[in-house]
Ligand binder design. Structure first.
Ligand code: ATP
Length: 319
């Protein structure tokens, strides 16, 4: 049970260490619990509007109810006396973003590893969906590696997550253009399949480095998503298995109700087998050329830098 700590501020109990990342509302830093020496992550959130406080409380409430090895865990929450800042103490995830890791010069990406990564994302989502929660912001930046050497992943950032009652219509108008589903673009009813669409996009990008619906601007991207047309014609897909393509075909389906669910994805032949990562690729492993993926990651880094500037602007810091 997590209660919001108001009697002390986070720095009374934690030593702040290096910068880990920047979110919309503040920085994330590595930190050390003074009493135990335990290393964790501190996510600072600056609150300007009352709605933002409600959003953070929503994120906290959702994280508290999600305890699963594939989902980031929340340990403690502090609110400072002026109530203008909150700090979430999270499990520390040391391996950085999945996509940054797989484009590293020394990393050999294979289809088998992609299976292992997508399997873990689907396991995390299956748990969320069984708990009646939608993530609604699944994108590569929100998939982190637990450590620099293993292959275990964690889904982070429940800032847009919502409780979902299938009996009640839920509509949203947010998300990251490249990864949002057609029903978000058209502001129609959303559901569990809305997250599964994003898994389909992440999977397509991971295997090919190509973004299936990306246009020259957001408007074009939204049009492409609405048409829900994509193909595997690019040469990057030549060595990709039919099972992988079938998996994507069952996710990038325009009709939300016909999309594969997380529980079904775990039973799909692409994932429903023993997937053991090996130190070196096996002779029959399909090695994926990450040239396109590098370009994709660099483009997303730029987007992230622009978002970070917009976030600073929101806090009144202009350049
Ligand atoms: P966004 O703008 O992506 O919605 P946000 O405000 O919700 O961001 P997060 O995505 O939670 O913030 O965190 C921002 C960045 O900080 C992440 O992309 C990641 O690089 C880093 N980060 C967040 N949580 C952790 C953690 N527990 N351990 C290590 N790094 C983390």
């Amino acid at each position: 049970q997590i209660t919001i700590r108001k009697e002390k501020w986070v720095t009374d109990e934690f030593e702040m260490l290096e910068f880990l990342g920047r979110g919309k509302f503040g920085e994330v830093k590595r930190c050390k619990e003074k009493a135990t020496g335990r290393l964790l992550a501190a996510k600072f959130v600056s609150i300007i509007k009352e709605q933002e406080r409600k959003d953070v409380y929503n994120e906290i409430e959702i994280m508290k109810s999600l305890q699963h090895p594939r989902l980031i865990q929340l340990y403690d929450v502090y609110e400072n006396p002026s109530k203008k800042q909150m700090c979430l103490i999270l499990e520390l995830i040391n391996g950085g973003e999945l996509f940054e890791r797989v484009i590293d010069d020394n990393f050999i990406l294979t289809e088998r590893l992609c299976e292992l990564y997508i399997l873990q994302i689907c396991e995390g989502l299956n748990f969320m969906h069984k708990s009646n929660i939608l993530h609604l912001d699944l994108k590569p930046e929100n998939i982190l590696c637990l450590s620099k050497d293993g292959h275990r992943l964690k889904i982070i950032d429940f800032g847009l997550a919502r409780r979902f009652n299938p009996a009640q219509a839920l509509k949203v108008l947010f998300g990251t253009p490249e990864f949002v589903a057609p029903e978000v673009v058209s502001y129609d009813k959303i559901g569990y399949g809305t997250d599964m669409w994003s898994v389909g996009v992440i999977c397509y990008v991971l295997l090919s480095g190509l973004s299936p619906f990306m246009g020259d601007n957001d408007c074009e991207t939204y049009n492409n998503i609405t048409r829900a047309e994509f193909d595997f014609d690019d040469e990057s897909f030549v060595d990709i298995s039919d099972e992988a393509k079938d998996f994507i075909n069952k996710l990038l389906v325009k009709d939300l109700n016909k999309r594969m669910l997380a529980s079904q994805s775990l039973n799909h032949p692409w994932l429903n087998k023993s997937i053991t990562p090996t130190a070196q690729p096996l002779p029959d492993d399909k090695i994926i050329n990450t040239k396109n993926l590098r370009r994709f990651v660099i483009r997303r880094r730029w987007q992230k830098a622009v978002n970070a500037l917009l976030a600073l602007k929101r806090l009144g810091l202009n350049f």
